[in-house]
Design a binder for this molecule. Structure first.
Ligand code: ATP
Ligand code: MG
Length: 419
């Protein structure tokens, strides 16, 4: 349990033998951790456990004594291996009683089963722990529960499927007292090495005397670096001021301070400026287009993409000259320029980006090692081309090329120098 003045402590338990045997990737821990941190809780422990009632009960017993909030995902379904309710009942010595209203709501689900035994199992999802607050199922059938713990904390039981779990978690957090403090700010940057970001942020925090009340960590992803500031007593206003100062220190490398992704930033800038976008992609195989279409509602600014993996498609669809390819090769300034202009013409977009490079492991030629990537940005005022030598294995190079292409669009849209 946390001491007065400290952020409330939390533990996350993801349940499922499919997680502990590696059959499914546990994405819930990260998603729940981000949500809890965003609500001002300090995650002290995370664990994945198999569908085993006794071991789950032991862990829940200990964690509910040690932490203010314990979030469990998975094991709330109707099948025999869904044991979270029973384990929680054992851990907290609380009765498990069937709720008549919930059971009535599940009757139509039960009727869909042919086997009467399977139909009977469905009603296990109506079993509620003594004193629990029920979180209605929205997308699935299993309701969640907020169970008060003897020490005054909460045990939150949520279903396993991420699409059911996440909306329910937000509802649950909204019902907990004193967890409405948005305790972190993420300053996302692209193009700066990790240690440069580290040093710049440290200087800002030291110069302003914010170091004491604000925690700081750097998260490096391929081609992006996120500086995460955490409120450790400074208060929301100071955290905001520090976040603004860090953004200034990171300069035009900083693309977001509100959690927006790079693709979302690009789409928003294009929207504000009334521009439309297209891509021509060789070594990224459509990854830039995939990133731009990940946010819902991108269709107002993103028009389309040509995945021109072969020279023939570069020639026939994008109008890249045969002679350019023969003279300079597919990975060249001349070809990337022609690709950017070709996709702009083909799609009718106002702005385009093109990528062609050597992602490896094979394909290197003298003067063009693996990781050599050319980028082209074309708009009504002309075309700019830049080259980068990107590091990593094939997947790393493709990811870095995707981020670089998005960043070039961002820079062009924001009126920053490209290249
Ligand atoms: P259901 O009613 O669907 O059975 P449940 O609460 O019993 O819900 P589980 O049976 O534990 O949930 O999990 C159902 C599916 O949800 C899993 O097969 C998996 O695809 C997904 N899932 C469960 N836990 C996680 C997790 N930690 N991370 C990502 N996906 C998960
Ligand atoms: Mg299940």
């Amino acid at each position: 349990m946390s001491r007065p003045g400290e952020a409330p402590s939390a533990a996350i338990v993801t349940v499922g033998t499919e997680l502990t045997t590696g059959l499914r990737l546990d994405t819930n821990t990260a998603a729940v951790a981000a949500a809890l941190t965003g609500h001002g809780l300090r995650v002290a422990e995370t664990a994945s456990l198999p569908d085993d009632r006794a071991s789950l009960a032991r862990s829940l017993g200990r964690l509910t004594r040690e932490c203010d909030v314990v979030v469990v995902t998975g094991g709330l379904g109707p099948t025999h291996d869904d044991v979270t309710r029973e384990a929680a009942s054992e851990a907290l010595a609380l009765p498990l009683d069937r709720d008549a209203d919930l059971a009535e709501g599940l009757a139509s689900v039960a009727r869909r089963h042919h086997d009467p035994e399977a139909a009977a199992h469905v009603f296990r999802q109506a079993d509620v722990l003594g004193g629990a607050d029920v979180l209605p199922a929205t997308t699935g059938t299993a309701p969640g529960q907020i169970v008060p713990t003897p020490g005054g904390g909460s045990l939150i039981l949520l279903p396993g499927p991420p699409s059911e779990m996440l909306p329910m978690l937000e509802v649950a957090l909204g019902r907990l007292p004193g967890t409405d403090r948005a305790a972190t700010r993420v300053l996302a940057s692209v193009g700066l090495p990790e240690s440069d970001v580290q040093v710049k942020v440290e200087r800002v925090l030291a110069r302003s005397g914010w170091g004491e009340g604000i925690g700081f960590t750097v998260l490096a992803r391929p081609a992006e670096v996120h500086a995460v500031l955490t409120d450790e007593g400074a208060g929301a206003e100071t955290l905001d001021a520090a976040s603004r100062a860090v953004c200034v220190a990171l300069g035009d490398a900083c693309f977001s301070s509100d959690g927006s992704t790079l693709a979302e930033t690009v789409l928003e800038l294009a929207r504000e400026r009334g521009e439309t976008l297209s891509t021509a992609e060789s070594c990224t195989g459509g990854m830039v287009a995939a990133a731009l279409t990940e946010p819902a509602g991108a269709s107002d600014v993103f028009l389309g993409s040509v995945v021109s993996y072969s020279n023939e498609v570069k020639v026939v669809v994008l109008g890249v000259g045969d002679s350019l390819l023969a003279q300079h090769g597919a990975v060249s300034e001349a070809v990337v320029r022609a690709m950017a202009e070709g996709t702009r013409r083909a799609t009718g977009s106002s702005l385009s980006v093109a990528v062609t490079g050597i992602a490896g492991p094979g394909g290197a030629v003298p003067g063009k090692p693996v990781g050599t990537v050319w980028f082209g940005v074309a708009d009504g005022s002309g075309t700019v081309a830049v080259t980068r030598r990107l590091m990593g294995d094939r997947a790393g190079i493709r990811t870095r090329a995707t981020i670089t292409a998005l960043d070039l669009l961002r820079r062009r849209l924001a009126g920053l120098p490209v290249g």
